[in-house]
Design a protein around this ligand. Structure first.
Ligand code: GDP
Ligand code: MG
Length: 714
C-alpha cells in the first residue's frame, strides 16, 4: 500500500532541505520563496512505497498566491496520508499560523520543528509536550541542514499514516461565540462533507470562502440561514468573519507560544544577523557592498585563480596532453585523415574548449552557493526589491533573476510564482539577461583571451545584465501591455548561518552538472556538425583550406547581418549562429575554427585571439549575453508564455536588445576608444541610444489602479 507524506510549511522553513535529506535527492534549495513552484515527489530512503512530497512554501491556506492555491488544492482534494508540517524554530509564532489551519483539514499532522541548531545556539527553549498537548499532534525537533532527527520525524509520520486512524479532533482555537457559530455550521453541513474534514469546511463556510463553499452543494436556503448566524457573530465581535478568524488564530498562537516557548532575553535585543543586516542592507552601503562582493567573486573565479586554472586546462591539458595522446593513438592505428580531424579538431577542439572553462564555472558556482546558503543572496533580493519598487517594478521579479545565474530555464519557470500575468510575462522576457553558466563561459573566454589583466570586465557584464533588466523593465512597464501596480513582495530574511560544506558542494555540483551534461550532448552534437561543415566542401570532399568549406559558405551567406557589429568575418558569423543552440557553443565553435586554421599551430587561445580584435571580442560577448539564451530556454519561454504571439514577442525583444546593444558597443566603442571616425554607423548608434532613452524616460501609460478600483465597488 502506497503512503504519501506531504511536506508543508512556510517558504524557507527548510522543506526542500528536508526533502533532500529524506529522499537522498538533490533538489534546488534556495534562500527565497518561489523556488519550489511545483510539488516534487521522492521515495523515503529505505522504503519502496513511501512517497515524500515537497510542496511550495505557503503562509496560509487562504489562497492569495499561486503557491497557496497549488498547496491547498493538493492537500484538500488529493489528501495525502499524513502531513509533515515543518516549522522554522526561529520563527515559531508565524509558522504556527499555518499549523492551526493544517490541523483543521482532517489529515493527520506531525510537526517537525526545524533549525534546531540555530534555536539551540540562541539558547531558546521549546517545550514540546506543551505544544503537542495543545495542538493534538506529535512534535519532533530536527535540523534538516545537519540531518538531525529527520528520519525519526518521517518514521513517526509513516507510523501514523500506517495506523490509518482518523486524527484527533482539532483544538478549539476560537473564542466562545465563534466556536458556537462553528458548532452550528458543523451540525448543518455534517451530511455534505467527509466527517474528518468537517472542521475545515465549517471554518471555510464561516469565512465565506467562495472558492470552497461553491463546491460544497449547500442548499441556498441553508446558506442564507447560516449567514444570519455568521452575521450575528460578526455584529457581536464588531468585525468581519474572515478577520475574526485571522485575529483569533493569532491570539491563540500568542498565548500558546508564551506558555511553551522561552526565548532567551538577549535575543530580543539585536541578534548577530540583525547587526550584520544593519550594515549589509543599509540604504547607502547596500549597493556598494553588493558590487564589491560580486567584483571580488569574479576577480577570484575569472581573473585570477579560475583564470589560471582555465588557461592550464585549455593550453596544457586539452591543448597538449589530451591532443598529443589522441594524435599518438591515431597515428598508431593509422587512422584516416578525416577521423583524426574529427577527433582532434572537432571533439577536442570544440567540446574540449568548452570543458576547459569548467574551473571558472565551478568557482563561480562555489561562491554563488556560499553567498546563497549563508543568507546573503536573500538580502540581495531585498535590496533589489527596494530599487525595483522605485521604478514601479516588483521585487518578486528578481528571484527568477537570481535563479538565472545558474540556468535560464528554471529562472523562466520560477516566474510562475508571479500572479499578475503582465508582470510574469515581463519577467520571462528579462530574467535571462543575467549571465547563466553558459554565458559565464563566454565572459571567461573573452576575459581570459583579450582582457587578462582587467579586474572589471567580468563583473561589469554581470552588472550590465542587472542594469539592462532594470532599464528594460522600466521601459516595458511604461507601455500599455505591462502598465499596472507592481505585485507585493513579501519575503523575510533568513538568519545568516555558516553554510554547510556538503550543502555548498551539492549546490555547486547541481549547477555545474547541467553544464557538463550539456557539453556531452548538445555541444557534442553541434561540434560534430560544425566540424563536418568546416572540413568538407559541398561535393563532400575534405578541404585543404577552410575557406573552401561549406561552413565558410554558410558564414559568408549570413555575414552581412553581423558585419555592422564588426563580426562580418564568416567565422564570427557561424560562431554567433551556432550559439543559438546553446551559449557554450559560442566558445566551442571558435575552438574548432581555431584548431582548423592551418596557419595557427599554437594553442586554442591564440587561434581565438587571431579571429577578433579586443573591440570585436567585446562586442561578440555583449551580443551573446543579450540575444536569446538558447534553444531550450526559447522553448521554455514559449511554453510558459502559453501563447505563440507572446513567445515570438519575447524572443524578438531579446534579439533586438542583443543586436542593438552590440551595435552601439561596436560603433560607439570604436569611435571613443579606437579612433574610428564618426560616420553614419555612429550616427545610427546615437539614434538607437536616444530611442532607448525615450522609452525609458517617457511618462508611463495610464492604467487603472486595481486597488482603488476594488475599493470603489465597496
Ligand atoms: P524551503 O523554502 O522550505 O524549501 O526551504 P529550503 O530547504 O530551501 O531552505 C531554506 C534555507 O534554510 C536554506 O538556506 C537552508 O540551507 C536553510 N536551512 C534549512 N534547514 C536548516 C536547518 O536545520 N538549520 C539551519 N541553520 N538552516 C537550515
Ligand atoms: Mg523549497
Amino acid at each position: 500500500m502506497e503512503i504519501k507524506i506531504a511536506l508543508a510549511g512556510n517558504p524557507n522553513c527548510g522543506k526542500t532541505t528536508l526533502f533532500n535529506e529524506l529522499t537522498g535527492s538533490t533538489q534546488y534549495v534556495g534562500n527565497w520563496p518561489g523556488v519550489t513552484v511545483e510539488k516534487k515527489d521522492g521515495l523515503l530512503k529505505g522504503h519502496k512505497d513511501v512517497i515524500i512530497q515537497d510542496l511550495p512554501g505557503i503562509y496560509s491556506l487562504s489562497p492569495y498566491t499561486l503557491e497557496e492555491k497549488v498547496s491547498r488544492r493538493y492537500l484538500v482534494q488529493e489528501q495525502p496520508d499524513v502531513i509533515l508540517n515543518i516549522i522554522d524554530g526561529t520563527n515559531i509564532e508565524r509558522n504556527l499560523y499555518l499549523t492551526t489551519q493544517l490541523i483543521e483539514v482532517g489529515i493527520p499532522v506531525v510537526l517537525a520543528i526545524n533549525m534546531m541548531d540555530l534555536v539551540d545556539a540562541w539558547g531558546d527553549e521549546i517545550d514540546l509536550s506543551k505544544l503537542s498537548a495543545a495542538l493534538g499532534c506529535p512534535i519532533y525537533k530536527i535540523s534538516a541542514l545537519k540531518g538531525e532527527g529527520c528520519l525519526a520525524a518521517a518514521e513517526a509520520a509513516l507510523r501514523i499514516a500506517q495506523a490509518r486512524k482518523p486524527p484527533k479532533e482539532p483544538p478549539h482555537v476560537f473564542t466562545g461565540s465563534v466556536e458556537h457559530t462553528l458548532a452550528h455550521i458543523e451540525e448543518s453541513i455534517a451530511d455534505l462533507v467527509e466527517p474528518r474534514n468537517l472542521r475545515w469546511y465549517s471554518v471555510k463556510v464561516f469565512e465565506r470562502d467562495k472558492d470552497i463553499t461553491d463546491g460544497m452543494a449547500i442548499p441556498p436556503e441553508l446558506l442564507r440561514h447560516l449567514d444570519m448566524h455568521i452575521q450575528d457573530c460578526e455584529q457581536e465581535m464588531d468585525d468581519d468573519a474572515e478577520s475574526i478568524i485571522i485575529n483569533q488564530r493569532y491570539e491563540y498562537i500568542e498565548k500558546l507560544v508564551a506558555e511553551a516557548v522561552h526565548k532567551k532575553e538577549a535575543k530580543h535585543a539585536l541578534t548577530t544577523s540583525d547587526k550584520i543586516d544593519r550594515i549589509v542592507t543599509n540604504r547607502f552601503l547596500a549597493l556598494p557592498i553588493f558590487v564589491a562582493v560580486m567584483t571580488v567573486m569574479y576577480y577570484i573565479s575569472v581573473t585570477t585563480v579560475g583564470g589560471w586554472a582555465t588557461d592550464w586546462t585549455n593550453d596544457v591539458f586539452f591543448g597538449e596532453i589530451v591532443t598529443d595522446a589522441a594524435n599518438g593513438f591515431l597515428e598508431s592505428i593509422a587512422a584516416p585523415d578525416w577521423l583524426s580531424s574529427l577527433i582532434v579538431d572537432g571533439i577536442i577542439g570544440g567540446v574540449g574548449t568548452v570543458l576547459g572553462f569548467v574551473p571558472q564555472i565551478l568557482l563561480i558556482f562555489f561562491f554563488m552557493s556560499l553567498l546563497e546558503d549563508s543568507g546573503y543572496m536573500a538580502r540581495v533580493a531585498f535590496i533589489m526589491d527596494r530599487i525595483f519598487r522605485k521604478f514601479g517594478l516588483s521585487g518578486k521579479s528578481f528571484i527568477p533573476v537570481l535563479i538565472g545565474t545558474g540556468c535560464g530555464v528554471p529562472a523562466i519557470m520560477a516566474a510562475r510564482t508571479i500572479e499578475e500575468q503582465r508582470d510574469r510575462r515581463m519577467t520571462i522576457m528579462l530574467a535571462t539577461f543575467i549571465p547563466c553558466s553558459a554565458k559565464t563561459e563566454i565572459i571567461g573566454m573573452v576575459t581570459s583571451v583579450f582582457f587578462p589583466d582587467s579586474v572589471f570586465v567580468a563583473p561589469a557584464m554581470y552588472f550590465l545584465g542587472i542594469a539592462i533588466i532594470i532599464l528594460g523593465g522600466i521601459a516595458l512597464k511604461k507601455t500599455k501591455f505591462f502598465a499596472g501596480e507592481p505585485a507585493p513582495f513579501v519575503m523575510e530574511l533568513p538568519a545568516y548561518h555558516i553554510p554547510s560544506f556538503k550543502g555548498v558542494l551539492i549546490h555547486m555540483w547541481e549547477r555545474a552538472r547541467g553544464f557538463i551534461v550539456k557539453a556531452g550532448t548538445i555541444i557534442f552534437t553541434v561540434c560534430v556538425i560544425i566540424w563536418f561543415l568546416q572540413a568538407f566542401n559541398t561535393s563532400l570532399e575534405m578541404v585543404e583550406d577552410v575557406e573552401q568549406s561549406m561552413l565558410a559558405g554558410v558564414g559568408n551567406t549570413f555575414a552581412w547581418i553581423f558585419s555592422p557589429l564588426g563580426l562580418g568575418d564568416w567565422k564570427n558569423t557561424v560562431a554567433v549562429i551556432s550559439a543559438f543552440m546553446a551559449k557554450e557553443q559560442a566558445v566551442g565553435t571558435l575552438g574548432i575554427l581555431a584548431g582548423a586554421d592551418p596557419e595557427n599551430e599554437e594553442a586554442v587561445f591564440k587561434g581565438i585571439a587571431a579571429m577578433f580584435t579586443p573591440l570585436t571580442a567585446f562586442t561578440y560577448m555583449v551580443l551573446n549575453l543579450f540575444d536569446p539564451p538558447c534553444l531550450v530556454a526559447m522553448a521554455t519561454t514559449a511554453r510558459e508564455m502559453g501563447d505563440k504571439k507572446w513567445a515570438a514577442l519575447a524572443i524578438g525583444f531579446q534579439c533586438m536588445i542583443g543586436y542593438g546593444l552590440a551595435f552601439v558597443v561596436y560603433n560607439l566603442g570604436g569611435w571613443a576608444f579606437y579612433g574610428t571616425p564618426f560616420g553614419i554607423m555612429q550616427g545610427i548608434a546615437c539614434v538607437l541610444v536616444a530611442v532607448a532613452l525615450y522609452f525609458i524616460l517617457r511618462p508611463a501609460a495610464p492604467y487603472r489602479k486595481t486597488v482603488a478600483a476594488a475599493q470603489g465597488t465597496d
